[in-house]
Ligand binder design. Structure first.
Ligand SMILES: Nc1ncnc2c1ncn2[C@@H]1O[C@H](COP(=O)(O)OP(=O)(O)OP(=O)(O)O)[C@@H](O)[C@H]1O
Length: 636
């Protein structure tokens, strides 16, 4: 078999003509290749008109990628196949319907505008601001309600207050209707409604798209499947390509159960399997297949490597984030001086916050890169805003706004009464002078305020790295976080990961002012569009790396309570996290390294469940790159 020849399994599936079909495939087995060849077979063998075949993809990027790969492969552009996302299809359908009745709609911007609306709604019910983390969660939960078509009595799990989420979802819905605003889910719901209402429109579409192919069907939601089913003609020409082990959007309503039930609901369905991995070193394939066996709810699949085994996946252990980042910098900068052909390298992580110290490091080294899912909001995170308020108050002791932000988050024993006194009496003076003069304080309380004054004087003189440590310890910020973890919806490991990242950015800087300036320049730097650039170095969340491949993959921050996340105690959630790890691991062609810091923000990190699983099954090589006297390499 040459590199370009289809395997028998790929060929068999690509020859599928009419009727429902499901192809279950492993990572790197050529799903895209298969879909493209099927298009050609439909046209050239069966004489089907290209524009009557609709290929639905998960993202706009994959639709574009497929169109590009089709052209590269077959060189001709005269075939007008349709590649688009399910949302795009729903959008154009609903838009033309509205046009026909002389109405318009406004698309809601998924970032800032959505935050504003949800924040206003949240404030009305809870009398407090919706923080960044809770916004993500709420937005996902609302999406989940729509995409899984949940009713109030159908929600399970005690991790969220579903009654409250339903109330907020209803407020949000009413707001959108009042302002003629539509988000992605509305588009689908509205398209389904008009299709159900108009048999003529349905007939028209059924004959327009005689064949429908769906890529990445494991992440298609229940609502999306309902939409697709409405488009199917009598022949039920639905060709699904999926890997249930790569279903990673459960939190947004992915519905892989549809696939598991597909064979029994469609007894005539043809089933195909792709089990050759053309992407990765055999060691990576073996490791991935062993790891995913930890999941119970899955189709059993064979996984055969096409390439030889050269090097085992590595777990590299470092003392701390700083040493880890230095190692990463070496790996990435090597590239620039290398005479070999350019290697694509990805740094993958579970949460966006993991990117920020790497962005800082790469920008300082003037190393170009591209970033997917840019972590813009991380630079406006409340925890960072708190630190900035400490720095600002130290530099500008008259700043009432900063003081108000942190008054109850440090060990100054400030009461609401004291805060009110400061507000009415500071008149542009130093907050600390006002605190010291408060008439209703006992002597010992005044002494505390004098101590606070000295501490902020001290804070002003410290380099920002030491200053963050001082805020955490001497000013009691860590205690505040510890006492409020459950109310703030975070774990200490999560808070430590953030503080660690901010300290890494602060390390080379001299003053609090430099720190504040650096944060805003990194924010501005990220606002430039990196998503479309063609750089060989890619930073991405694992979610964002779906469907991509790289010569080398470095996975970072696989930490306890972070990955798998602390909410992943129940089986379903844990299985989804394991699938996410599996997606990250299977992006690598030649080299996979998991970079592990032994300490996060000065506290012992411990091993994540996934690291323990890899070690206990001897799936990886374990290397200590720290200076704590451990042997350089130990084969576990
Ligand atoms: N028959 C084949 N022989 C050799 N290489 C192939 C063959 N089919 C596909 N490939 C190559 O295998 C790699 C993976 O293919 P592709 O990206 O289509 O996989 P995939 O199944 O979509 O992967 P994933 O689900 O992990 O994103 C590509 O580099 C592709 O060119």
């Amino acid at each position: 078999m040459t590199h370009n020849a289809l395997t028998d399994a790929q060929n068999k599936a690509s020859m599928h003509f009419t009727g429902p079909a499901l192809t279950l495939a492993i990572p790197g087995s050529g799903k895209t290749t298969l879909l493209i060849h099927r298009l050609i077979h439909l046209v050239e063998i069966h004489g089907i008109k290209p524009d009557s075949i609709l290929t639905l993809t998960f993202s706009k990027a994959s639709a574009d990628d497929m169109a590009r790969r089709y052209q590269e492969k077959f060189g001709h552009t005269e075939h007008h196949f349709k590649f688009m996302t399910i949302h795009k299809l729903a959008y154009s359908l609903y838009k033309s319907y509205l046009k026909s009745i002389d109405k318009q709609m406004v698309l809601l911007d998924d970032g800032g505008q959505k935050y504003q609306i949800l924040n206003d709604i949240f404030k009305k019910r809870h009398h407090e601001t919706l923080n960044e983390d809770d916004f993500e969660t709420l937005s996902n939960q609302i999406g989940l309600i729509y995409n899984l078509m949940l009713k109030r009595d159908q929600t399970g799990g005690h991790e969220f207050d579903w009654e409250d989420i339903f109330d907020l979802a209803e407020d949000y819905h009413r707001y959108k209707r009042r302002h003629h605003l539509y988000d992605f889910d509305d588009m689908l719901i509205s398209a389904i409604q008009i299709l159900k209402k108009s048999p003529a429109l349905r007939m028209n579409l059924k004959s327009k798209y005689r064949f429908i192919q769906v890529d990445e069907a494991q992440d298609t939601s229940k609502l999306q499947f309902e939409f697709i089913e409405l488009l199917l003609g009598e022949e039920q020409n639905l060709f699904l390509v999926a890997d249930d082990d790569q279903s990673i959007y459960g939190f947004r309503g992915a519905y892989p159960t549809y696939l598991l039930e597909f064979p029994s609901r469609n007894p005539d369905a043809s089933l195909y399997y792709l089990s050759d991995n053309f992407r990765s070193d055999a060691n990576i394939v073996f490791t991935a297949s062993k790891l995913i066996e930890g999941n119970k709810q899955r189709f059993q699949k064979e996984m055969k490597p096409f390439h030889d085994a050269i090097i085992k996946p590595q777990i590299k252990v470092f003392d701390d984030l700083d040493k880890r980042n230095n190692y990463l910098a070496e790996q990435l900068i090597d590239q620039a001086n290398s005479l070999d052909s350019v290697q694509t390298k990805a740094i993958l992580y579970r949460n966006k916050v993991s990117a920020i110290s790497i962005v800082d490091m790469l920008e300082r080294n003037q190393q170009s890169f591209q970033i997917k899912d840019a972590p813009l909001r991380e630079f406006a995170h409340w925890l960072l805003e708190d630190l900035i308020a400490f720095f600002t108050l130290a530099m500008i002791p008259q700043d009432l706004e900063s003081f108000q932000r942190i008054a109850f988050k440090m060990n100054g024993y400030i009461s609401r009464e004291m805060l009110n006194y400061v507000k009415s009496n500071h008149r542009g003076r130093s907050i600390f002078s006002v605190l010291i003069e408060i008439p209703f304080l006992q002597d010992y309380q005044t002494k505390t305020q004098e101590r606070l004054y000295d501490q902020f004087e001290q804070l002003k003189r410290l380099r920002p790295y030491d200053a963050i440590h001082y805020i955490e310890t001497e000013l009691g910020y860590l205690d505040y976080l510890k006492n409020n973890t459950s109310r703030l919806g975070l774990t200490m490991n999560y808070a430590r990961t953030r503080l660690d990242a901010y300290k890494a950015i602060a390390k080379p800087l001299k003053s609090g002012f430099d720190f504040i300036t650096r944060i805003s320049s990194l924010k501005a730097f990220l606002q430039t569009n990196f998503a479309n650039s063609n750089e060989a170095i890619v930073l991405s969340t694992i979610h964002g790396s779906k469907g991509l491949e790289f010569d080398e993959v470095y996975m970072i921050d696989v930490n306890p309570q972070i990955f798998p996340g602390f909410k992943a105690k129940e089986n379903d959630a844990l299985e989804e996290e394991r699938r996410l790890f599996y997606v990250g691991l299977t992006r690598a062609k030649k080299k996979f390294e998991l970079l592990h810091s032994e300490f996060i923000n000065g506290s012992y990190n411990g091993n994540s469940l996934f690291i323990d699983e890899l070690i206990s099954q001897s799936l990886t090589e374990h290397t200590f790159n720290n200076v704590m006297g451990k042997s350089a390499t130990s084969q576990k």
